[in-house]
Design a protein around this ligand. Structure first.
Ligand code: ADP
Ligand code: MG
Length: 239
């Protein structure tokens, strides 16, 4: 069970700016949820608080029923999928995917079988000995995903994972992400500023504006019953 609950979560940065304000979101186990909104609305801050990369100023965050406000990122059992440029250039694909397991000092044989499994799922088997520089953008993004799935985490967190891919590859890779999520059934929080991604990728969408939740619902609900003009305008609902 990997339900993620944000209960009145706020983030005030040391300079006093309120980036996220009393946010309530309950993400069901296995759900694919999208955080969407314009630049600066608090998407990354929200994701980083779930990951433990930013402290929560007030409110409570629970993962699988347990309060995790004070837990270090490594103890939350969730994987952040960074953009493909976060790969280690001097390491092979195999070593990049294996990296979290190597860090955790998992036995070599076990690592090898986990990496093989991830490579099979992501269709990377023939690239395991290459360095990232010798891969296409889409392949690199799959390696970044491999590094996340190899740990079988409770949840995936993705912050604009497609933003440095070209338009065609973006469409292809987002289809792959959706298929992968369905296949693994892992709770996923996906951040984007792109309405099309938000409306096509997830089970539910959270629309944020200036650190405030505007609406949470399925793409159809947002489109047909936007809660305010901002949501309607952002989603492109008929007036
Ligand atoms: P998004 O990911 O939706 O573009 P962010 O979560 O990055 O938005 O930022 C939300 C707000 O918090 C913005 O106003 C941004 O300027 C501010 N902010 C982000 N990071 C910091 C920080 N480290 N210190 C102060 N303010 C920050
Ligand atoms: Mg951001």
């Amino acid at each position: 069970m990997a339900e993620i609950v944000l209960d009145q979560v706020s983030k005030k940065y040391p300079d006093g700016s309120l980036a996220v304000s009393e946010v309530d979101i309950t993400i069901a186990d296995g759900e694919f949820i999208i955080l969407v909104g314009p630049s600066g609305c608090g998407k990354s801050t929200t994701l980083n608080m779930i990951a433990g990369l930013e402290d929560i100023s007030s409110g409570e965050l629970r993962i699988a029923g347990e309060r995790v406000n004070e837990k270090a990122p490594k103890d939350r059992d969730i994987a952040m999928v960074f953009q493909s440029y976060a790969l280690y250039p001097h390491m092979t694909v195999r070593d990049n995917i294996a990296f979290p397991l190597t860090l955790a000092k998992m036995p070599k044989q076990e690592i090898a079988s986990k990496v093989d499994e991830a490579a099979r799922i992501l269709d990377l088997g023939q690239y395991l000995d290459r360095k990232p520089a010798n891969l296409s953008g889409g392949q690199r993004q799959r390696v970044a995903m491999g590094r996340a799935i190899v740990r079988s985490p409770k949840a995936f967190l993705m912050d604009e994972p497609l933003s440095n891919l070209d338009a065609k590859l973006r469409v292809q890779t987002r289809t792959e992400i959706a298929q992968l999520q369905q296949r693994l059934g892992t709770t996923t929080v996906y951040v984007t500023h792109d309405q099309t991604e938000a409306m096509t990728l997830g089970d539910r969408v959270v629309v944020l504006r200036s650190g405030l939740v505007q609406q949470i619902g399925s793409p159809a609900e947002l489109y047909n019953k936007p809660s305010n003009l901002f949501v309607a305008g952002f989603i492109g609902s008929p007036a």
